[in-house]
Design a protein around this ligand. Structure first.
Ligand code: NAD
Ligand code: DAU
Length: 349
C-alpha cells in the first residue's frame, strides 16, 4: 500500500499517469493536487472521479500551508511532481508565473516533503529519511537547450535552457538536486522529450493542428517548419515514470525518449493527410523567439539500467492519437467553450 501525491494530475501527462496508476496498482491511493489553471481539466479523470483509491484536492503547489495539511492528513509516500506551466509560447509572453509555479512551487513541495519524511529525532546536518519514500520530479529535455544536426541529449550534459519555460524547469531540476545533495532527500529527476496522445491541451502542436484541420482553420508553422522534435507516446512516458519511481537509483536523473525524430512539417502533413484536408491550410508565420532547432534523446541509461522501453511505434501511436481526437471532438469543444470549468468550479469551489 502506497499513497502517491500526484501534482498537476488534471493536466495532460498527469491525468494519463493517474489512469495508469489506478489501473496497475489496486492497493495504491492517489491524491491529485491541482490548482486547475487553464490547462487543468477534470474531464480527463471523469471515469475515475468516484474511485475509492482516488482523491482530488484543488490546491496550489506554492501554498505551503495547504500542502503541509495534505501531507498531515494523508500519509504521503511518493510525490510525482507534474504541476507546471508547460507551454513555451506562454512563457515568452508572461515568464513570471513560470518562475513562481515551476521553481517556487517545486521548492515548497520539497520543503514540506523533507519535514514529513525525516526520521525523528533528526540531526539538522545529517537528516535521515524514511527509507520507503521518494520525490520524483518530472522534467524535460528542453533543459539541455538545442542540438545541432547531430548528437543526442545525455544526462551528464550541461543545462543550457533557451526559453523562460525551459529556464524555469532547469532551475527546478537544480533545486531538486540541491535538496538531495544538501539534505539527502531521496529523489529522481526524469527528462522526457515531446509527448503526444489523449488529453493534450489544444495549444500544443499535435492537438492544435488536428483541431484546426477539423475546423478548416489555417495551420500556423513557425519559421521554416524544419525544427526537429523527438516524439514519445504519453503512455510510454507514464510507464517510464512508474519504472523510475519504483526502480530508479536514489539521486539519479533519467532521460526518457523513444527515438522518433520528426520535423514539424512532417507531423503537420501527416495529420492533414490522415484527416483528409488540403495542404493549402498550411501558413508559414514568424518564428518563435529563441526557437530550439532540434531535440533528440539518448535513452540508453533508462533502457539498459532499468529495462524500460517504449511500446508504441510512432506510426501506430500517432494514428491512435489522431483517431482519439476525432472520436472525442467534444473534449476539445468543451475546452474551447469552457463548459466543464463552470461545472467543476461549483463542485470544488
Ligand atoms: P499541462 O499544462 O497539460 O498540465 C499542467 C497541470 O499542472 C495542469 O493541470 C495545471 O492546472 C497544473 N498546475 C499548474 N500550476 C499549478 C500550481 N501552481 N499548483 C498546482 N497545479 C498546477 O502539462 P503537461 O504537458 O501535462 O506537462 C506535465 C509536466 O511534464 C510538466 O512539468 C512539464 O514540464 C513536463 N513535461 C511535459 C512534456 C510534454 O511534451 N508535454 C514533455 C516533458 C516534460
Ligand atoms: O520537449 C519537451 C517539451 O515539449 C515540453 O517540456 C513542453 O512542456 C511541451 O510543450 C513541448 O514543448 P515544444 O515547444 O516542443 O512543444 P509545442 O507543441 O509548443 O511545439 C512543438 C514544435 O512545433 C515546436 O518546434 C514549435 C512548433 N509549433 C508549435 C505550435 C504550437 C509550430 O510550428 N506552430 C504552432 O502553432
Amino acid at each position: 500500500m502506497k499513497t502517491i501525491l500526484v501534482t498537476g494530475g488534471a493536466g495532460f501527462i498527469g491525468s494519463n499517469f493517474i489512469h495508469l496508476m489506478i489501473q496497475k496498482y489496486v492497493d495504491y491511493k492517489i491524491i491529485n493536487v491541482d490548482t486547475l489553471t487553464y490547462a487543468g481539466n477534470l474531464e480527463n479523470l471523469k471515469n475515475i472521479e468516484k474511485h475509492e483509491n482516488y482523491n482530488f484536492i484543488k490546491a496550489n503547489i506554492c501554498d505551503k500551508v495547504k500542502i503541509d495539511d495534505i501531507f498531515s492528513k494523508y500519509s504521503i509516500d511518493y510525490v510525482v511532481n507534474f504541476a507546471a506551466e508547460s507551454h513555451v509560447d506562454r512563457s515568452i509572453v508572461n515568464p513570471e508565473i513560470f518562475l513562481i509555479t515551476n521553481i517556487i512551487g517545486t521548492q515548497v513541495l520539497l520543503d514540506v516533503a523533507k519535514n514529513h519524511w525525516k526520521k525523528e529525532p533528526h540531526n539538522k546536518y545529517n537528516i535521515e529519511y524514511r527509507n520507503d519514500v521518494k520525490f520524483l520530479h518530472v522534467s524535460t529535455d528542453e533543459v539541455y537547450g538545442a542540438l545541432g544536426k547531430t548528437g543526442k541529449f545525455v544526462e551528464t550534459m550541461p543545462l543550457m535552457p533557451n526559453s523562460p519555460y525551459s529556464a524555469s524547469k532547469a532551475s527546478a531540476d537544480l533545486i531538486v538536486r540541491a535538496y538531495h545533495e544538501t539534505f539527502g532527500m531521496p529523489i529522481n529527476i526524469t527528462r522526457c522529450s515531446n509527448n503526444y496522445g489523449p488529453y493534450q491541451f489544444p495549444e500544443k502542436l499535435i492537438p492544435l493542428m488536428i483541431n484546426n484541420c477539423l475546423n478548416n482553420k489555417s495551420l500556423p508553422i513557425y519559421g521554416d517548419g524544419l525544427q526537429v522534435r523527438d516524439w514519445l507516446h504519453v503512455s510510454d512516458h507514464c510507464e517510464a515514470i512508474d519504472c523510475v519511481l519504483h526502480n530508479g537509483d536514489n539521486g539519479e536523473i533519467y532521460n526518457i525518449g523513444g527515438n522518433n525524430e520528426k520535423t514539424n512539417i512532417e507531423i503537420i502533413k501527416l495529420i492533414i493527410n490522415t484527416v483528409g484536408k488540403s495542404e493549402k491550410l498550411i501558413t508559414y508565420i514568424k518564428d518563435r523567439p529563441g526557437h530550439d532547432r532540434r531535440y533528440a534523446i539518448d535513452n540508453s541509461k533508462i533502457t539498459t539500467q532499468l529495462g524500460w522501453k517504449p511500446k508504441f511505434s510512432f506510426e501506430v501511436g500517432i494514428m491512435d492519437t489522431i483517431q482519439w481526437y476525432l472520436n472525442n471532438n467534444h473534449w476539445i469543444t468543451n475546452i474551447v467553450n469552457g463548459d466543464y470549468r463552470e461545472y467543476y468550479e461549483k463542485i470544488y469551489k
